[in-house]
Structure formats: C-alpha cells, structure tokens
Ligand binder design. Structure first.
Ligand SMILES: Cc1cc2nc3c(=O)[nH]c(=O)nc-3n(C[C@H](O)[C@H](O)[C@H](O)COP(=O)(O)O)c2cc1C
Length: 323
C-alpha cells in the first residue's frame, strides 16, 4: 500500500500515539511531541529525567530514541516516507528530532514491524531453558547494527563471565545507595498512566518468577537474574554524546521489535551501564576502549512463544502533545 496524499493531523496524531508505545526507563515516557503540517518534532522532557540513575540524561535520550524509531515504524505502516533530522536545532538541548512525512510506499516488513510494536512489552518472567543460539544472536545483531552503533552478542565464555561480574558489581553499588531504591520505588505503581505496575515486577499469584532490578537486590542472586541459556546483547556507540544516545535508542527499539517478531522476549539490564565505574570497565575490558556501552539486553524464549502479560500504561496523547 502507498499513501498518495499528504498526511493529515489525525494520521500524525496516530503516529505519535504508536510512538509512545516505545519502552522507556521506568516507563517515564520522557518525551514531548509537536505536530505541524506534515512534520512531527520530538523533544526530551527534562522534568521526567531520573536524577539519581540518570544524572546525565543518557537513559532519557535512549528512551526518546526508541520512541523515534517507533514513530518511523508507524509512519511506514501507513505508507509514509519519514525523513529524520536528529538534533536539528543547534544549541537546543531538548529538541531531539524532526520527522518530515511525505507520501511513500510501505516497506515489505511494515506489517510485521507494526504488529511487533503493538505486541512488544517487557516480560520479566524467567525465560525457558531453550538456549539462544549464537547464530540467532549474530543474525539479530547484523540486522539492526548501523553506522556508529554496534550490537555485540556476548557469546564468548570469558567475556560473559566478566560481564556478569560487572553486572553484579553494578547491582551491589546501586543496592548500597538508598537513593536508587527510593527513586525506583517512586516509579512503581506511580499512576494509571506512567511508571511500572507492580504486577509487571512481582510474581503475585503467578508461579513464574520475575527476574529484574526490581526484584533481585542481592547481587549474589545474579544466577537468578541471568541464566546460562539467556542471550546477551550489548549495544554500544562510537561516540558518547546525545546524538549517539539517540541512535542507540533507535537501535534498541529495532532490536526489540525484530526479537518480538522472531518470538523472543527482551529485558534490559541497565545497572551496568548506569554506574560510571562499570561503564568504564565495559568500555575497556569488553569493547577494546573503542566504544561506549549504552544498553545490555537479556534475550530468550517465553514458554508459549510470546508474552501474554498486560501492556503497561501510557499517558494520553494530549498530555504529550505541545503546541
Ligand atoms: C533505556 C531503558 C532502560 C531500561 N532498563 C530496564 C532495566 O534495567 N530493567 C528492567 O526490568 N526494565 C528496563 N527497561 C524496560 C522499561 O522498564 C519498560 O520499557 C517500561 O516499564 C515500559 O514497559 P513496556 O516495555 O512493557 O512497555 C528499560 C527500558 C529502556 C528504554
């Protein structure tokens, strides 16, 4: 299908609504959007930045990058060409992107991508023990890596051992500082429109244990957090600035949607990239000093091939549109 006429305001609004389904750190949804004619502008919302876990605004920008990729997927689904300018206003801290939309032709993967966007969620249940093959991780990495952003499968045993050691250290650092815990708690059951519902992080009546930063505070429990059959992907960038963070978020979204299409489940393990000491260690020990780590993803199979957990809430689109 192709769009023959310029998109109207209803279509642009729908694109923003779908873009807001993107994952974001603690479901902060740290974005604002402006719609004008055939253009959508994306802004970071500094009032939604996490002051403790994200003092530089890196995770905020990665989250906005994921929303930017979601917007491109949504535009493709309605047959629109999306021309993206990243950080289009020199000197503006918050203006992250401009998306110019024009009549175009849907790509061959538009329907599958949209379906993945609508189904994707963070399911923290323990994966099955069905192992992730190295080939599958490598294929996923090849499909979504782009200039300046690499997606590195962590399959080598000694690298993986080192990564798990650093992850354990990062969790220990955050667990020993009550400010992290306090900040996290503020985003659990925060409101019906944002934050993480406790049902998404605690097992409740469900017998399948949840594995995440929200449940495992003892760093020694890492064996519970990462199973040997889980796949691990490290997203890294050549630069370590806002442009790189934004693109890392786009790649994070692309990897997550691709994994969803393949029937895989994805859970980020972010502590190791939040703590400066372990970020640096990752850079030098696992990335040869040549790249900055931006996201670590745990990837595996859910029991029935896809998640049936409820979707987490989003703010009404009117709350994120500015004039
Ligand atoms: C940059 C970023 C970092 C994240 N880090 C974690 C994490 O460390 N642990 C976790 O369980 N989820 C993490 N998430 C997932 C978010 O908590 C999740 O996207 C959000 O709660 C919305 O839920 P949904 O993904 O089910 O739509 C992260 C997401 C993003 C975009």
């Amino acid at each position: 299908m192709s769009a023959r006429t310029s998109p109207g305001p209803t279509t642009l609004r729908r694109i923003v609504e779908l873009a807001c389904r993107a994952p974001s750190i603690h479901n902060t949804q740290p974005w604002l959007w402006r719609i004008s004619d055939t253009r959508i502008d994306l802004y970071g919302d500094p009032t939604r930045q996490l002051p403790v876990a994200d003092s530089r605004g890196r995770s905020l920008t990665v989250s906005c990058g994921a929303a930017l990729h979601h917007a491109q997927v949504a535009a493709d689904a309605v047959g629109l060409d999306a021309r993206v300018a990243r950080l289009p206003t020199p000197g503006s801290h918050d203006h992250l992107a401009t998306i110019d939309l024009a009549p175009g032709r849907r790509s061959a993967h538009a329907t599958a991508d949209l379906r993945a966007l609508e189904r994707r969620r963070t399911d923290r249940s323990r994966f099955t023990s069905w192992p992730m093959s190295d080939e599958r991780l490598a294929a996923l990495s090849r499909a979504v890596s782009r200039d300046g952003v690499q997606v590195v499968p962590m399959t080598n045993v000694s690298e993986r051992f080192r990564l798990e050691f650093l992850l354990r250290r990062a969790i220990a650092r955050e667990s020993s500082d009550p400010r992290y815990d306090e900040e996290q708690r503020q985003w659990i059951d925060r409101s019906p429109a944002d934050g993480i519902p406790s049902a998404a992080v605690c097992a409740g009546a469900d017998p399948r244990p949840r594995m995440s930063r929200f449940t495992s505070h003892d760093p020694m429990d890492l064996d519970e957090l990462v199973q040997s059959s889980d796949g691990l992907l490290l997203i890294s960038t050549e630069e370590d600035d806002r442009a790189a963070w934004l693109q890392a978020g786009e790649v994070l979204s692309a990897a997550w949607l691709r994994a969803t299409t393949d029937g895989l489940s994805v859970v980020p393990l972010s502590q190791v990239v939040e703590i400066e000491e372990t970020r640096l260690a990752l850079t030098h020990e696992l990335l040869g000093g040549r790249a900055a780590p931006q996201a670590l993803l745990r990837i595996g199979w859910q029991e029935i091939g896809h998640s049936t957990r409820p979707l987490t809430p989003r703010r009404p689109v009117d709350d994120v549109l500015i004039t």
